[in-house]
Ligand binder design. Structure first.
Ligand SMILES: [Zn+2]
Length: 324
């Protein structure tokens, strides 16, 4: 159950990440001398947040009985209802609807007088989150998602003309598009000619998924940077949990991957459909690998060498907010 203390931790995390993005905007080369910097900062600072669900949501006698059974499948279903910028639970009369009462996603919702970041109740449940989990895990799972949502504000469809026409911004968008276009997999897919399977190379659609891929990488980066500032360089190399051999920096990326863990990742037809459809999200494996490949911190954490699959040359890395 979501406690007020959990919500405080999450709210705090949002503010830390917001602060870090603010720092990045302040040192972004192409924003420096322009009033656009002020507009961008306003946009960032005005983002409202709604965390979890009001406590009254848990007072229903039906809540306890359906919750344990359904919480994992609920993670995949979407049901949202919004009022006064708060997460609302729709405690209706039918038990079937009761199944869908939890909003299960992060989302920015545009409204006439501002933007709201909503953080679902599910994000604050085990095994996804607990205050007692290592900070590095919480940064990788929740912090990364918060960063992602903030960066939607700066993704191609959300930015104004100044950004859209800015050379450095265009360069960054093109870089992300090309980078993801080049992520390809050999998949065994049904072949109607032979009625068997055939190995086919399938590549991600970088332009369709740009609005999600860019926030994926930028969000993970800012979450990692916030974690580094918080824990300190030394702690990154220390074990996240004494009994477990993964370090904090490794734990961060394990949590990033956990977010997209899906039983269908072994289903090649499913992956091909996900990669080629018009949905703005790439398939889960691409989302995880894309972040790892764009972040030098991943290679460092897992001791990868140049030429390894997850290592990308610096000139192929993409930066939305360049500081040079
Ligand atoms: Zn998104």
């Amino acid at each position: 159950m979501t406690q007020v203390s959990d919500q405080m931790v999450v709210r705090n995390l949002i503010e830390k990440i917001r602060h870090r993005i603010r720092e990045k905007l302040l040192s972004t080369t192409f924003l420096k001398t322009d009033r656009e910097l002020l507009r961008s900062l306003d946009k960032l600072m005005e983002t409202k947040k709604a965390v979890g669900l009001p406590e009254t949501a848990f007072e229903s006698p039906l809540y306890e009985t359906t919750y344990e059974v359904d919480r994992f499948e609920l993670f995949l279903s979407l049901y949202k209802r919004r009022q006064d910028r708060d997460m609302l639970v729709h405690l209706s009369n039918s038990r079937l609807e009761q199944k869908f009462v939890f909003k299960t996603y992060f989302d920015f919702s545009a409204s006439y007088d501002g933007e709201t970041m909503e953080i679902s109740h599910m994000y604050m449940q085990r095994p996804f989150f607990a205050v007692q989990f290592p900070d590095s895990y919480n940064y990788g799972f929740l912090g990364n998602t918060i960063g992602h949502e903030f960066f939607h504000q700066f993704s191609p469809k959300r930015v104004n003309e100044f950004w859209q026409k800015n050379e450095r911004y265009i360069e960054s968008a093109n870089c992300y598009t090309k980078f993801y276009d080049d992520i390809c997999f050999d998949l065994s897919l049904y072949d109607s000619v032979t009625n068997g399977t055939k190995v086919r190379e399938v590549c991600t659609k970088g332009s369709t998924d740009l609005g999600e891929n860019m926030p994926d990488v930028e969000g993970a980066r800012v979450a990692f940077e916030t974690m580094r500032a918080e824990l300190g360089e030394v702690a990154l190399k220390e074990r996240a949990i004494p009994e477990f051999h993964y370090t904090n920096e490794q734990m961060f990326f394990i949590a990033v991957a956990q977010l997209h863990c899906d039983k269908d990742l072994n289903n090649h037809q499913y992956l091909a459909d996900e990669m080629l459809d018009e949905d703005p999200h790439a398939s889960g494996n691409v989302r995880v690998n894309g972040i790892a490949m764009q972040m030098a911190e991943f290679a460092d954490a897992f001791h990868c060498q140049p030429g390894d699959p997850m290592v990308t040359a610096e000139e192929e890395k993409c930066y939305l907010l360049p500081t040079d």
